[in-house]
Design a protein around this ligand. Structure first.
Ligand SMILES: Nc1ncnc2c1ncn2[C@@H]1O[C@H](COP(=O)(O)OP(=O)(O)OP(=O)(O)O)[C@@H](O)[C@H]1O
Ligand SMILES: [Mg+2]
Length: 346
């Protein structure tokens, strides 16, 4: 039976030009009606680019005409004028970052669960797998990426007046921590933070990257939502601990990405278990909560990272585990998660 649901599912095959995301997940399809085999679809694009509209219209028509029972197709693609697009919210002002294939945000419902540790190690793990990687620290008030990646130099300014991200362990890094002196407190208002993040995306010479990982500040409040709307994200990763999963905090992270139409690439369970020196596996907070929550929420489970004091020590020394000891079980866990991520974003 031809229904709105059937049409919606079929349209998931149409990707936004240049993105790995489809037009449904971007929330661009506003109206679907179907009667006696005649299908009419209305899309509201947020970009004024006429080529994107033409391509999307053509692909939608092709997909819909291929459905059985369809005898007439009408695809109406609405676009803002250039002026409207600039002032628009959400995906409207999310122009792609030139040269960057995929932008992935790392978030969690609560602070201190290991977002920055996972971002740094996953960035290095993706690099280890041969990808070109950048790591953007969006934690303006509490940047910890410079310490974890061992970068302290101030970014140079290029001839084109762009900030040149320092490279550490083969990963390009940008953070507020590189631009401030240690004793300078950050007391900014929201709009300034949004502006800064936009500059971190568009006024930094990222060059060609396969992945740009974005370490978000803790929580899932308005500030994080605004960030997710500012950055043209391809997907989100939610970091959880078994405890957090048990308390339902993971759901907040998932809900945040859902609100801004960012597909959830999956959940990582950090501090999953501890391996005692005699090899015994000790599950301090219980274990498997992340996996169960992922199944409940119908999102992928990307993997689990055990607790090892070495992970913290490596972070404090500025050389993530994946770089210092790639054969350590914890590093292997990060590399496995990076492989799973890469599979999703081919
Ligand atoms: N799997 C792990 N094993 C051991 N220590 C860990 C592990 N994951 C994180 N840590 C340590 O836990 C602390 C908090 O981690 P991290 O700073 O990455 O969390 P966060 O979620 O980014 O915190 P915030 O919310 O403040 O940004 C750090 O000292 C880190 O070294
Ligand atoms: Mg952090």
């Amino acid at each position: 039976m031809l229904s709105q649901e059937v049409i919606q599912n079929a349209l998931k095959a149409v990707k936004y030009p240049g993105f790995s995301r489809d037009i449904i997940s971007f929330g661009l399809v506003r109206e679907i009606s179907v009667a006696n085999g005649a299908v009419s679809v209305m899309l509201q694009l947020t970009s004024p680019n006429p080529d994107a509209a033409r391509q999307i219209k053509g692909e939608c028509e092709q997909v819909l005409k291929g459905l059985s029972g369809v005898n007439h197709v009408l695809v109406d693609v609405k676009q803002p004028t250039s002026g409207q697009a600039e002032t628009g919210k959400s995906f409207a002002n999310q122009t792609k970052v030139p040269g960057v294939k995929h932008i992935i945000a790392v978030a969690s419902g609560k602070g201190g669960v290991g977002k920055s540790t996972c971002s740094a190690n996953l960035a290095c793990a993706l690099k280890h797998l041969g990808a070109r990687v950048g790591l953007l620290d969006c934690d303006i008030y509490g940047p910890s990426i410079p310490l974890m990646m061992g970068v302290y130099e101030r970014p140079a300014v290029s001839e084109k007046e762009q900030l040149v991200p320092p490279v550490s362990h083969g990963v390009k890094v940008m953070s507020m921590g590189l631009l401030l002196n240690d004793d300078q407190p950050v007391i900014w208002r929201g709009p300034m933070i949004t502006k800064t993040i936009q500059q971190f995306l568009f006024a930094v010479a990222w060059g060609d990257l396969d992945f740009l990982l974005v370490d978000l500040p803790p929580g899932t409040g308005d500030a994080q939502l605004t960030l997710c709307q500012t950055v043209p994200l391809d997907g989100g990763v939610v970091i959880s601990t078994p405890q957090e999963a048990a308390l339902g905090v993971v759901r907040k992270g998932i809900a945040m990405f859902n609100k801004v139409n960012v597909p959830i690439l999956g959940i990582v369970e950090n501090m999953s278990y501890f391996t005692a020196p005699n090899g015994e596996r000790i599950e301090i907070f219980g274990h498997g909560g992340g996996k169960r929550e992922a199944a409940r929420q119908n999102v992928a489970f990307l993997g689990e990272v055990p607790i090892f004091p070495e992970i913290r020590e490596a972070g404090d020394r500025g050389t993530p585990m994946v770089v210092s000891t790639p054969n350590h079980p914890a590093s292997k866990a990060f590399i496995q998660i990076a492989e799973n991520l890469r599979k999703f974003l081919k």
